[in-house]
Design a binder for this molecule. Structure first.
Ligand SMILES: [Zn+2]
Ligand SMILES: [Zn+2]
Length: 368
């Protein structure tokens, strides 16, 4: 498929009529910031050095979330892991990278198919002709499947269909707002939502040009980079990027610094996949969202998944209804996890635990 094709041409090629792409239901909303939240008014990334020539690009909170990136310098160019939710965000990071090196971006790696990790691919394709875009084979498939979840080409259409309603709601909230600070935050978020819609409408999706289906080692001009396929977790195509010398791993959303998003995930596999990841020798994690974390964060995050699955199974065996479970399990796990999972405006414990319970109930108990 040509990287220059428009979104609609790609959809047509895939046999997906845009009109047939249904609009979003609330369960499909990933990573939504409350309308009144304070968000950065620019696409900002803080580049944090985590090794010699290796940086975490930690994303500022935006109304439409951006993921973090890992930035890896090699002797002849740059490798960037994940490309955010839109080309302008990728261009903003590219400008920051240019302050470190004038070498071109040679490779972009997409950790998984979610919208906030690949929609900026086109910016790199335009800035660095010949750039190689790498993902797992399954992620490449998911990017074109109509039913894959919160990402891929069909999901761009869903976002375009959903955004006018969201924009109208922000306008209504602004009209009702009496507090000046609240109004200013809503107005910033409205402006971000409108700009995002415009960018989506003009977006030319660029898919991975190279896929991997098992773990491979890239020897990249003086640097060893391992791409690990460790099993299903946050999605069925997660890729982990491991630098053995620097002892750094970039995990996408399989390990993040806020509450996990389980809708496209595989809860029990996820636990095992993190255990597989734990066997690698690393000290620092560049997570898909939140700040750089030590390896010990894996234990905390996996512990939440294990306890969540255990609690849902037990409550279900005891005859609890889903509504009862959402309430009781949220309270039950809070002492151990609420503060550690609520460090940022997005993905906080109380915002996600109910949906997490529901997803585990559907994916583990009902299908088990
Ligand atoms: Zn994400
Ligand atoms: Zn994700």
């Amino acid at each position: 498929m040509s990287p220059l094709w428009t979104r609609r041409q790609v959809l047509t090629q895939l046999g997906i009529a845009a009109a047939a792409v249904h609009t979003l239901d609330p369960h499909e909303l990933c990573c939504a910031v409350p309308a009144h939240a304070a968000t950065a008014d620019k696409d900002l990334f803080e580049l944090k050095k985590v090794g010699d020539g290796v940086y975490a690009a930690v994303a500022a909170t935006r109304y439409k979330v951006n993921c973090n990136a890992a930035v890896i310098l090699t002797d002849d160019g740059v490798i960037v892991v994940d490309s955010h939710s839109k080309p302008s965000a990728a261009r903003a990071l590219y400008t920051e990278i240019q302050a470190i090196t004038k070498k071109p971006v040679r490779k972009v790696i997409n950790t998984h198919f979610h919208w906030d990790h690949w929609q900026g691919n086109g910016a790199y394709a335009a800035l660095s002709p010949g750039v190689e875009i790498v993902a797992t084979e399954r992620t490449r498939e998911n990017l074109t499947r109509p039913d894959a979840g919160v990402g891929g080409i069909p999901y761009i259409e869903k976002q375009i269909a959903a955004l006018p309603g969201e924009i109208q709601k922000l306008k209504d909230d602004i009209a009702k707002a009496t507090d000046a600070d609240m109004k200013a935050r809503l107005e910033s978020n409205l402006q971000q939502a409108e700009a995002f819609l415009q960018e989506l409408q003009q977006m030319k999706p660029v898919l991975p040009t190279r896929t991997v289906s098992t773990t491979v080692t890239l020897r990249e001009q003086g640097r060893e980079i391992q791409l690990h396929v460790l099993g299903r977790a946050h999605t069925d195509g997660d890729l982990f990027i491991y630098l053995p010398k620097e002892k750094v791993v970039a995990t996408g959303d399989a390990l993040i610094d806020w509450m996990p998003f389980l809708n496209d995930g595989f809860p029990e596999d996820w636990v095992q996949t993190l255990t597989n990841l734990e066997k690698l020798d690393f000290n620092q994690v560049i997570p898909g969202h939140g700040d750089v974390r030590p390896k010990a964060h894996l234990t905390f995050f996996r512990g939440y998944l294990v306890d969540l699955i255990g609690a849902v199974k037990k409550a279900s065996a005891d005859g609890a209804t889903l509504d009862e479970m959402k309430k009781t399990i949220g309270d039950q796990l809070a002492p151990k996890y609420e503060s550690g999972m609520s460090k940022y405006p997005l993905g906080q414990y109380r915002d996600r635990v109910g949906l997490n319970v529901e997803m585990v109930y559907q994916k583990v108990v009902k299908k088990g």
